[in-house]
Write a new protein. Sequence first.
Length: 274
Amino acid sequence: MMSNPPSISEFKEIIYSHFEEKGRTFPWREDPRPWGVMVSEFMLQQTQIERVIPYWERWMRLWPTPGDLAEVSLEDALREWSGLGYNRRGRFLTECARLIARKYQGEVPEKPAILLSLPGIGAYTAGAIACFGYNYPSVFIETNIRASVIHFFFQNQEAVDDREIFPILKEALDHDNPRRWYWALMDYGAALKKVTVNPGRRSAHYTKQSPFEGSSRQQRGRIIKTLVLQGPATAAELQKSTGMKPEELYKALDTLEKDSMVAEKKGVYRIFTL
């Protein structure tokens, strides 16, 4: 480990050198058209890349443009999303497709400020879609980017705030090819975690993901999966299919209704109609 932080030019040289030798290849990098990038960013949120790849490939075959996804029901979209987890992402992506088709002539917006106005898109996702889809020079941060910067510039510091990282990212940004720079930066951060303790743990924003098994997320996922595979059902039928206790079932259904994922009419639950 270096005793002193590198200069920005040295930092970039190290990152790019690693990328030249060990850069990763993914289908949305090989074909970085904006819609495919957008789909990948929604799918990659808190989900391992290896799990995402077959889902992404299937979605892009089924719905290669926002207009294609805009034509299907939320139930159909969630049926293809099933097993990927965090079903609200599938709902938000479907909503985005409809807005893009209706408001932006079927073209994913280029500017992060516009992307931020779409459902389910925060600062990172807006910056990433603009950068990877359009080579737009946005400044954004995620876990692997954070790990790379902390490793080089905050070696002996705990609770590193993102506000300390952003000026470095802004100065280091490759304006000629921001897409390639962020690919390299993310790949370096991912590689770091395999050879040393994750530097991202020294971030003020680090949180350990709670276990999925037995969680409320898992319970809500069971309900969604049952409804998209078996169709509308009563609470009794859902309890039988999911094996959930009544109090767990109704709590999960209440959350799903508040999130507009599930709708109830005359005691029958079904996937929400957008």
